[in-house]
Design a protein around this ligand. Structure first.
Ligand code: GAF
Length: 403
């Protein structure tokens, strides 16, 4: 069932040692610390983050591991065990780090070092060695895992005393400004702040957990006899980045027309009246998705709080229909995966992440998990498409140091 490659489930000490060995092989010295930051799936609440709304992600066991040692010469060196060029080391001068200056995957870790310095933390250079099993391009937040691992390791090494929430914000700033991707805060909060055995309810207007709004919601799937399947369609459509930015602009335009700070400020009860005030069907559909999606996050969270895990299924499937019909970010492959999973007995299913491919999640009875994954695999084979990869999402911890 697990087709995504090895999830390092060994004891922390063994994983730490393996990653430290990789560091030593590349840099010839020993690392000071080893950290890891996970990928995520979002249970519900898609494209709500940049509308100041709600979402409910869990962290995956899949993570980016980072072995790190500080340097005193103003140089940042980066190496990834997954780098296509094998043994290459990217060497950067801290004084030359400016937004847009570092192409490819190295822009994410370099961006975090830039963001820390931009925020007034005079952090030094470092040797960084990455080894990740978060599938890339699968909508599972491999970029956020990279960023949050760097932020957490620097926080530790430099004694910055920053909270996981603050580290998530710095990571998002790196992605927005240094890399130039206009993402919201969902992925970085999930990677930094999730807890084992729980989903993270996020209210973007109040992300400091001390305020009591953003909080851990216990999610014992196994105890309830359930499995949350992740099925990676292995498809990523090329226009995704432009389409994301376009929808974000559409939401901001609609909020401005309605005289609201953000679409989060539109109550579900006022939705129909607000739709009448918008000039076209395109904007109406965006607003309908965001407002109903925020409501779904609140409903799913209430059901989880009440221990009614099976009852969230239909809300997941409704969320998919809303992404497909109103937000128009689904695609043939994710639609077929969702429809097939539901027809094969899933309690509910939806695409997760930014859209235009990537992964779906399906909530299934434990006894049905293999049959549902097989049904989706068969449906893809019948179309002549690349085989999807399925695995079980176990709610895991956010960024942590491996001792
Ligand atoms: C991507 C973005 F990075 C997130 O901020 C979020 O908007 C998500 O798409 C959609 O919910 O993962």
């Amino acid at each position: 069932q697990d087709g995504t490659g090895p999830v390092r489930t060994g004891p922390d000490g063994a994983v730490r040692e393996a990653v430290a060995k990789g560091f030593e092989a590349v840099y010839g010295t020993t690392p000071q610390v080893v950290w890891q930051a996970p990928g995520r799936v979002n249970v519900i609440g898609e494209h709500t983050d940049y509308n100041d709304g709600f979402m409910l992600p869990i962290a995956l066991p899949h993570a980016t591991r980072l072995a790190a040692a500080l340097r005193e010469d103003g140089v940042l060196r980066l190496h990834s065990a997954q780098s296509p060029d094998g043994s290459g080391i990217t060497e950067l001068s801290l004084s030359e780090l400016v937004p847009g200056s570092v192409p490819g995957w190295a822009g994410y870790p370099a961006g975090v070092v830039w963001a820390l310095r931009d925020a007034g933390h005079a952090v030094p250079g470092a040797d960084l060695y990455f080894d990740s099993d978060v599938p890339v391009g699968a909508g599972l937040s491999s970029s956020a895992a990279l960023e949050c691992a760097v932020a957490a390791a620097y926080n530790d090494l430099c004694g910055l005393g920053l909270t996981p929430t603050r580290l998530a914000l710095l990571s998002q700033h790196a992605e927005n400004v240094f890399v130039g991707v206009p993402c919201g805060i969902l992925d970085q909060l999930a990677s930094s702040c999730c807890a084992e055995g729980a989903a993270l309810f996020v209210d973007v207007r109040s992300i400091d957990p001390a305020e009591g709004r953003t909080r851990q919601v216990p999610l014992d799937l196994a105890g309830a006899g359930l499995v949350l399947l992740v099925i990676d369609t292995q498809v990523k459509h090329a226009h995704a980045d432009g389409a994301y930015a376009e929808r974000r602009r559409g939401c901001e335009k609609a909020a401005a027309i309605l005289g609201l700070p953000a679409l989060r400020d539109l109550a579900l009860a006022d939705l129909d009246a607000a739709l009448d005030r918008l000039p076209d069907d395109g904007l109406r559909a965006l607003v309908r998705h965001v407002v109903t999606e925020d409501a779904r996050v609140e409903q799913v969270t209430a059901l989880l709080d009440a221990g009614e895990l099976r009852a969230i299924g239909p809300l997941l499937t409704e969320g998919h229909a809303s992404m497909r019909d109103d937000y128009r970010i689904s695609c043939t492959e994710t639609d077929l995966a969702v429809d097939t999973a539901v027809a094969a007995g899933a309690l509910g299913a939806r695409m997760t992440g930014g859209g235009f491919g990537g992964s779906i999640i399906a909530l299934v009875e434990k006894a049905d998990a293999e049959a549902v994954a097989a049904a989706v695999a068969d449906a893809f084979a019948a179309q002549g498409w690349t085989a999807p990869r399925a695995f079980t999402a176990v709610p895991s911890a956010g960024a942590r140091r491996l001792a």
